[in-house]
Write a protein that binds this ligand. Structure first.
Ligand SMILES: Cc1ncc(COP(=O)(O)O)c(C=O)c1O
Length: 382
């Protein structure tokens, strides 16, 4: 068997959700909301199963969804995208990441990765034959510098995988950081695989800036979104991909033999959802922001060292002030002895891990958050 997958542990999200079920713990680990998602979007998908066409949809996605992707990003991010040559629908952002890495990398090519990173990136890079070059981000700001990029970019660099807004750190990279990254991508003729699955989950009036809109990036960025995150329907796994035609032609070939296509009823539901009014998106953000504030304010009041969360479903806490220096052991004790599942941020590093930061998902009903807070009281410093 292939040693890479044979030796790979089960993803931390599944491990923690399994423990949460087994131990009847409050699950603030894996990132999924309690909210069932917008009813009209689910109803549209249900109607399509009963009355629509259930055979193979076109490989690149239903035209109605591809049009919806182009007009959605025009409306929300001011991007001009040609639906028929520059969009593709995949089975989740994860498939889009796999397609992108398979399509871009030749064995031996170097790929820049920012740690902490979503856990799918590294195995996919390695299986595609890429050689990872890591930038290590550090709390509490998780920013990178020109020197950081100088160390890892070279003429061997083929691609960079960049996640913004960032999971697990809950930060949104400001324009200056995007410009700096774009400068290096252009200088070294690198393709940016930009994981923007959290693009709509931005708080405090902040706006998402897509990397593809930075100078020189239009022809060298693969922009990846996820309807699962936009509509709180994480099980749907519908990925939204945008890239210039020359890139998209090759991406399509990788997609053609990974999944080929995605359930047509879900595509119709997402097409309907992407066309919803701005009020849907702003009230969705407000609801999550309220949950964030509820969790963070109460955690801070209990004396926990809460780091700022600007977006995503996540907030991190610094456990060093609790006298802890092993986040994985801390999370095991938290779930087994105190009944709350969380995710150790070290799981998002391949090397030189930060081991004093723990991620909580706040995208939950008040009752779920309150039940977790009640249990967290037992380990609170104050
Ligand atoms: C940064 C990041 N990328 C990709 C994904 C996976 O998205 P999907 O469920 O659409 O495959 C997630 C899910 O949590 C994520 O946080």
């Amino acid at each position: 068997m292939n040693h890479l997958f044979a030796d790979l542990p089960t993803t931390i999200f599944d491990v923690m959700s399994g423990l949460a079920r087994e131990l009847n713990a409050v699950n603030l680990g894996q990132g999924f909301p309690d909210d069932p998602g917008p009813e009209d979007v689910r109803r549209k998908a249900a109607e399509e199963v009963l009355n629509g066409y259930n055979q193979y949809p076109p490989m690149m996605g239903l035209p109605v969804l591809r049009e919806a992707i182009a007009s959605h990003y025009a409306r929300h991010q001011n991007l001009q995208i040609d639906a028929m040559t520059e969009t593709m629908v995949t089975s989740g952002a994860t498939e889009a990441l796999a397609d992108s890495l398979l399509a871009v990398i030749e064995p031996g090519d170097e790929v820049v990765l920012f740690q902490p990173m979503y856990d799918a990136y590294l195995p996919l890079v390695l299986r595609a034959g890429g050689v990872p070059k890591f930038v290590n981000l550090r709390p509490p700001h998780w920013q990178f510098s020109r020197e950081d990029l100088q160390k890892v970019f070279s003429d061997k660099t083929r691609a960079v995988v960049f996640n913004n807004p960032h999971n697990p750190c809950g930060i949104i990279y400001p324009r200056e950081q995007l410009e700096l990254l774009a400068e290096f991508c252009v200088r070294h003729d690198v393709i940016a695989i930009c994981d923007e699955v959290w693009e709509h989950l931005v708080f405090d009036g902040k706006k998402h800036i897509p990397l593809i809109s930075m100078p020189g990036m239009r022809e060298r960025t693969i922009k990846i979104g996820s309807a699962g995150k936009i509509f709180s329907l994480t099980g749907w796994k519908v990925g939204l991909v945008v890239a210039a035609p020359a890139i998209m032609r090759v991406l399509a070939k990788a997609h053609q033999f990974t999944t080929f296509t995605t359930a047509p009823n879900l595509q119709s539901g997402v097409a309907h959802g992407l066309g919803k009014d701005e009020s849907y998106f702003s009230s969705m953000r407000q609801d999550f922001q309220r949950s964030r504030d509820r969790f963070c304010e109460r955690m801070s009041a209990m004396g926990f060292s809460v780091m700022p969360s600007q977006g995503t479903y996540f907030v991190t806490i610094d456990i060093a002030p609790l006298g802890e220096n092993d986040d994985a052991a801390f999370c095991q004790r938290l779930v087994r002895e105190h009944g709350v599942a969380a995710i150790p941020v070290s799981a998002f590093y391949a090397q030189d891990a930060v081991k004093t930061v723990v991620r909580f998902c706040f995208a939950k009903k008040d009752a779920t958050i309150d039940a977790a807070l009640e249990r967290l009281k037992h380990i609170a410093p104050a």
